[in-house]
Design a protein. Sequence first.
Length: 82
Amino acid sequence: MGSVTGFPGVDPSDAAVGARLRRWREQRGMTVDDLARLMEITPEEERRAEAGRAHLDSASIAAATAALRLPLWALVSDTRAY
C-alpha cells in the first residue's frame, strides 16, 4: 500500500502510545493545548502523536507521564509493570 507523499505513515507502536496518551489526557480533563504546553511541544505535534503519526522519544514520554501524573508503563503498555 502506498502513502501520500509528505504524510507519515502510522507505526503500530506509535499508534498504541498515541491512543493511550489521548485516553489519559481526556480522563484527566486536559486539552491538547494544555498537555502540549506541559510537554514543551506544539499542539500540532501533540495531535500527531495522539494520531500515531509522530514518534514520542523517551524525554517526551517522560514529560507526558509527569504532566498526566502517571507511571511510565501507563503510556507504553496496557499491563501494569508491577
